[in-house]
Write a protein that binds this ligand. Sequence first.
Ligand code: TXA
Ligand code: MG
Length: 334
Amino acid sequence: MVKNGKLQDTIEEAVTRLKSGDVVAIPTETVYGLAAVASNLSAIKKVFQVKDRPTEDPLILHIADEKQLNEIAEEVPAKAKLLIKAFWPGPLTLVFKKKKNIDGLLTANLNTVAVRMPKHDIALEIIKKVNQPLAAPSANRFQSISPTTAEAVDKELGNKIALIVDGGPCEQGIESTVVSCVDELKILRLGAVAVEDIEMTLGETVFFEKKEAKDHSVPQVSPGLLSFHYAPKTPLRLYNRLAELFQDLEQTPDLKTAAALILFSKKEAEQVQNKIQSIFVLSETGSLTEAAKNFFSTLRRVDERQPKYILALRVPEQGLGRAINDRLQKAQHN
Ligand code: TXA
Ligand code: MG
């Protein structure tokens, strides 16, 4: 339930509930998270149950203070320290070798653990008051569209959780970038910190490990990187170029009225205008930051209209555009 009372009262209620082992949806700068006290295993089990998420998918621990990292990570390599200095608090999740006290339920039995310090006043206040790290996956049903407003959380999980803390729309709109700091640095998930910014901070190129699978039956694949994810209920067709879209519109006349099209900018929309009735633009001005912020909320809005198909064109493959394209790719289905 989204609370309409005073925000401060809702925050206090969230803290009390979390301390007593309940799960609570909280805002962060990326997407809303379904939080539970990381050391409370029955609360963590609830997180998996509420999301209907397999336990092969490890969780991110959210901290409010760098000291909390020492209780979680076995070691913090020098390059990770540079990234922490540059991006925490912020939408960067770092994967470390875990300390023994971190339970395997949080980490899908891996010997590593994912940690981030969110840049959101409400999230930080709640973590500080609970005085323990919180595990928080995105507050959506498994493989569904990530929620970037309290209303979206309510639609996803409202009937299963007692409290949603409403912090307004999320500033970033897509999830954190996940970087493994175990052995060689590598990017495991593209997200709200651009790869270019990470590379600039480190002064070197960083490998993006694009491992994914259709299901969890392939053990060597990193968990949580399934190829089908973030998906609307409506079938979604993704095009690499405008020409491909035009060709499909010509071959399938039905699309003109039955489909809804998601485009990056107004400039593209002008080129398509007469060919399809329903067009949604991610950023009027052609900003990838704005497009990222609007991405999941647009996808959700379009899906709710129940067109026969959602059509989408890849956005520019640079900066946050790579993270948006990654999500579009995973949202594709027939
Ligand atoms: O922005 C975010 O990261 C949001 C907000 C709520 O903080 N959270 C989020 O959590 O997106 P979730 O559970 O939806 O995604 C967690 C990602 C998955 O891709 C998972 O595989 C990866 O983090 N991950 C977690 N622990 C890992 C580990 N030990 N090794 C490799 N990847 C890990
Ligand atoms: Mg998620």
